[in-house]
Design a protein around this ligand. Structure first.
Ligand SMILES: Cc1ncc(COP(=O)(O)O)c(C=O)c1O
Length: 394
């Protein structure tokens, strides 16, 4: 009766079972895996948010296939003044924007726009674990291409070329990547765009963490002009710390003939679902205004937790933190004699600290743990102390 695309292995893995058991016993738990900003003690401007969500215009249903114009204009404004990889002569205009119900839905629109059943989309490894499901549900095969670590992360172009086949339709870049925190560099963007333009592939640039760079420089965006068809995805889930609002978007750029065709087709896809709610879209401009203060709080949190972690690590030992340039995560390289999953379970059971095993993000080998840096400082500090005590025993 059921489609093979939904024939998932649904039994909880050993890590999930161990966590369930830990919780059932009511043992203390230090969650260094939490990516949900709404549970991490940030001060949200509640009155402003509620006021903007109760706009009376929402009582009337006047849908627009690409999303409400005023919301698209607010998104276009978000890109104003930013650097672009290939120049910014053409500003991001509301006519090249499609609003979706979150970035995950944006991926679905794009896979549906570009791929026949069984086509392939190249995805970075290590990266965001949801690609397998997002692609699978759209009948697309995710084909991993490697990122290499050598004093920092970079795209392995030999690996990327080897992963390309006649079925490849697009290359996904996560900029900055989750969980490595690495941005795509200008030369990498250039090389990637040349490959994609030559082979009629699209670039799918996931920029949900773009605003969280460790350094002072504004990172370049893919949303401006580009030599190849490029779709840039983002949303308020990370930009304004509001994942529950389910508002994301797609910006289409590249050669004008391709952009026009993509927009015409995306308009029909959008019109078929009309999924983003009217109250949310009416509030989107205000959510983007509110991001300033929320991002300031988040940057302080990321910086404080990272500094604390580095201070602990400076005491010396066999654990080190991989270089990152932004995002919400830190990757630790740790001594191990077995699978990362066993290690993460061992850490949970003996220290009460929850960290993600690297294999969850498709790291090429064992010996990596991923920590979210957004937890409340007190919880992060106790978790990090216990974690290092686990390795060093003091
Ligand atoms: C790289 C990346 N893209 C997309 C998303 C999902 O965004 P949304 O909540 O808008 O669907 C996440 C969420 O963690 C993410 O890490």
């Amino acid at each position: 009766m059921f489609a093979s695309r939904t024939d998932w292995h649904l039994e909880p893995n050993r890590f999930a079972v161990a966590l369930e058991e830990h919780r059932r016993r009511g043992k203390p738990l230090f969650e260094l895996t939490n990516s949900n900003p709404t549970t991490c003690g940030f001060r949200y401007p509640e009155d402003q948010l509620f006021a903007t969500l109760s706009d009376r215009r929402a009582l009337r249903y006047e849908p627009e296939s690409l999303g409400l114009r005023q919301a698209r204009e607010a998104i276009a404004d978000y890109y104003r003044g930013r650097p672009g990889f290939f120049g910014t002569k053409t500003p991001v205009g509301s006519g090249r924007i499609v609003i979706t119900s979150g970035t995950s839905e944006a991926y679905n629109y794009i896979f549906r726009l570009l791929c026949e059943v069984g086509d392939e989309v190249l995805v970075p490894a290590p990266s965001y674990p949801l690609f397998e499901y997002l692609a699978g549900l759209a009948d697309v095969r995710p084909a991993p291409y490697p990122l290499l670590y050598n004093q920092g992360w970079q795209v392995d172009f030999a690996g990327l070329s080897a992963a390309l086949t006649a079925r490849s339709k697009a290359v996904v870049v996560v900029h900055p990547n989750n969980p490595t925190g690495s941005f795509i560099k200008r030369e990498e963007a250039q090389r990637l765009a040349e490959i994609c333009a030559r082979r009629d592939l699209a670039i799918i640039a996931d920029e949900v963490f773009l605003d969280y760079a460790d350094g002072p420089e504004l990172p370049s965006s893919f949303a401006f002009e580009s030599p190849s068809l490029t779709v840039t995805l983002s949303g308020v889930s990370k930009i304004s710390l509001l994942p529950q609002m389910k508002l994301g978007w797609i910006v289409v750029s590249g050669p004008s003939v391709l952009v026009d065709t993509a927009m015409q087709r995306l308009e029909v896809i959008g019109d078929t679902y009309l999924s983003p709610s009217t109250p949310g879209q009416l509030a989107l401009a205000e959510m983007l205004v509110l991001r300033e203060d929320l991002q300031r709080q988040m940057r302080q949190r990321l910086c404080a937790n990272l500094v604390f972690l580095d201070t602990l690590l400076q005491k010396g030992g066999s654990v080190d933190r991989l270089k990152r340039e932004g995002g919400w995560y830190a990757v630790l390289r740790v001594p191990t004699t077995g699978p990362d999953e066993d290690l993460a379970i061992d850490i949970l059971e003996s220290s009460g600290v929850l960290v993600h095993p690297g294999h969850f993000f498709d790291f090429p080998r064992d010996g990596f743990l991923v920590l979210s840096l957004i937890a409340r400082e007190a919880e992060f500090q106790e978790g990090a102390r216990r974690l290092l005590r686990f390795f060093y025993g003091t």
